[in-house]
Design a protein around this ligand. Structure first.
Ligand code: ATP
Ligand code: MG
Length: 414
């Protein structure tokens, strides 16, 4: 039977969890819409190069997490591990630079080969926002404010903290990289194997290491803020001033780096202590070189992605659907009339299902289990009299209502 289980790291999503996840997406689309974002849906797979180049060979995603395969035509294909690179590829393919700025929102599954645990899956889901074509730090403020509003509307303002950092521009980052490499070279003996490898490929990632020995060395490592050039420093000051003006609380976390190579300047994460090791619910940053690196016109960009599963687990924002009305036709002629009645009731916004099986007692039992509000019973007598029996399942009372008055009675009662 093991074949009937979903593949490790994938899950069936239904019931309350499905409702909670849908609520995250709905809230996201409404909030992002109010900031002028419009939908974009890019393919769920791309040529591998689309992810490999911008994310960098040394990133966790490219080095060990991507679902990459050769398709039947011999193309090198990768399932979307994140949205940004695909959206930027689309920006280039579709010539969107004619219409800047672009505010693009998406949501859907992403795929990473990781060790599955609560809040970490191999197929998971993200909401994603990208703002392309604005290089001023105020754009960073806009997009972070949008995330903050979303988290607020999901009821999470007290559960998350915004951690903010700057990675500086290219020049500052290069200076920092050199400084760090020099420092870590001096402490080489204490570094984990993973970090020794990162030392040549991606030294900034060492700052993010979960290894205890690494952490000790990292604690006294030089700070990015000491390597920032004037332009990067003032950029960061303007981001912070904007956040204060718009009322988004943050903490400056000097150790915050992001896993992908493409980030510059602002990097941020909204984290919670309520999900164990899977504490980052939404994260992003600025990526001014990415579109150019993909072969497009130099275009600045900033964006973020939120993990829908983690946001849903924290917020439980899904609403149980309204209580249904159940139509119970007794006999063939009533069954046909019931179709018409059901459609009328749906027309006024009610949730309506039909129960055509078994005796009335059984049907009423099922209706109670289904938390139904009313039963609409249509027997031969009712049919010939042009009425239905409307049963209030809360108090058990029932009365006859004409076909014409039914919608009105139900509306008044629900
Ligand atoms: P983490 O540090 O938890 O691995 P990340 O830095 O790899 O996260 P991002 O690439 O920034 O994550 O993705 C944005 C968000 O997507 C994360 O903050 C998280 O909420 C969610 N996410 C990332 N990977 C997974 C996963 N494997 N399962 C569920 N959610 C995920
Ligand atoms: Mg990860």
């Amino acid at each position: 039977m093991s074949k009937l289980q979903p593949v490790r790291g994938t899950r069936d999503i239904y019931g309350a969890e499905a409702r909670n996840m849908a609520a995250v997406v709905e809230t996201f689309r409404r909030v992002a819409g109010s900031y002028g974002f419009e939908d974009i849906a890019t393919p769920i797979f791309e040529f591998t190069e689309v992810y490999k180049r911008p994310l960098g060979e040394a990133s966790d995603i490219v080095s060990k997490e991507m679902y990459t395969f050769e398709d039947r035509g011999g193309e090198d294909i990768t399932l979307r591990p994140e949205f940004t690179a695909g959206v930027c590829r689309s920006f280039i393919s579709e010539g969107m630079q004619q219409n800047l700025p672009c505010r693009l929102m998406s949501n859907g599954p992403a795929f990473r080969y990781e060790r599955p645990q609560k809040g970490r899956y191999r197929q998971f889901h993200q909401i994603n926002a990208e703002l392309l074509g604005q290089d001023a730090p105020e754009a960073d403020v806009d997009i972070i404010a949008m995330a903050w509003r979303l988290l607020g509307e999901l009821g999470l303002a007290d559960k998350v903290v915004l951690e903010l950092n700057t990675l500086g521009d290219k020049e500052s980052r290069a200076t920092y990289r050199e400084t760090l490499v020099r420092y870590f070279e001096d402490h080489k003996g204490g570094l984990s194997e993973d970090s020794l490898r990162r030392l040549s490929s991606n030294p900034l990632r060492i700052l993010d290491s979960k290894d205890d020995a690494d952490k000790k060395i990292v604690a006294t490592a030089p700070l990015m803020s000491d390597c920032l050039n004037e332009a990067s420093r003032s950029f960061f000051e303007r981001v912070k001033a904007g956040l204060e003006a718009v009322g988004v609380p943050y903490v400056h976390n000097e150790r915050l780096v992001r896993g992908m190579d493409y980030y510059t300047h602002t990097a941020f994460e909204f984290v919670t202590t309520e999900l164990g090791a899977q504490g980052t619910v939404l994260a992003g940053g600025r990526y001014d070189g990415l579109i150019e690196q993909l072969g497009g016109p130099a275009t600045p960009g900033i964006g973020w992605a939120g993990g829908i599963e983690r946001l849903a687990m924290l917020s439980k924002a899904g609403k149980t659907p309204a209580r249904p009305i159940i139509i119970m036709p007794m006999g063939e002629a009533a069954t046909l009339k019931a179709f018409e009645i059901a459609e009328d009731l749906r027309g006024i916004g009610a949730i309506v299902t039909s129960d055509r099986g078994g005796n009335l007692k059984k049907r009423l039992n099922r209706a109670n289990k289904a938390r139904a509000r009313f039963a609409v019973i249509i027997g031969e007598d009712e049919l010939s009299g042009g009425v239905v029996t409307l049963k209030d399942l809360d108090n058990g009372e029932q009365r006859q209502v004409s076909f014409a008055d039914l919608a009105h009675s139900v509306k008044a009662g629900v």
